[in-house]
Design a protein around this ligand. Sequence first.
Ligand SMILES: [Zn+2]
Length: 265
Amino acid sequence: MRAILERQTVRNSLSNAEDCDAQSARVGGGSSEFTSDEGGGACRPNKPRLERRAVKLIGVLDWLLDAIAPPRCIGCDMLGARGFCVTCRAPALPAGALTLDGVPVFAAGLYAGALAAAIRRFKYDSRPDLAAPLAALLSQPARDLARAGPSFVPVPLSAERLAERGYNQAALLARALAKASRGRVEPRLLRRLRSTRQQARLDARERRENMLGAFTVRAARVPERAVLVDDVVTTGATAEECIHALRERGVDVLAVLALARTERE
Ligand SMILES: [Zn+2]
């Protein structure tokens, strides 16, 4: 029930938020992490009364949603857990330092166990509502990076994949990260020039060749700084090509934020 409601909220916001910035898109619906943040900020006395009422109303709606459909673990669907449940939290290993062309990669963990399960549900089980709880795993580095005023830029999907899935998971993450860190999101800054072969069966060298020149920056005006956002960094070939495309237009890429990364071969 909750998932259905949240998916509906995401779909609604997706339909009119593709081009606008993150502030106006309430992606992820009832994530308590993000709404409580907003609630804290919104209670300052100089906020207009209408806005305070809206925040209160959202709080009540969240409470009602919790009452009707309590939160579930994003890894195993266990009732009552927000984010990961106690069992799922344990297997997620901390990711070590990794850089791609001098750009640091921040990942919430290695692509394994409950984290991998949650990412698969997010991407393949039509669960765009998991964007907010998953993005919450990266809220600390996102907030730190947001101080430099970058735009959060998602790795784009091919048109076919987008049509098939109905949403770009990296764009949903970028929106959620921008929202949580009060930053900007530019969901359409990068464009995939051509459809690339499925990366899964290719080795590192083939992946690199497959991705060469696959992306371009299509905006007339570009941000000074960017944080690249993707769901999983595997060999880093995709992220590296995005970094090159951004750099070609003079954009300073501060970091790559990914939910998970695989161990490098
Ligand atoms: Zn769990």
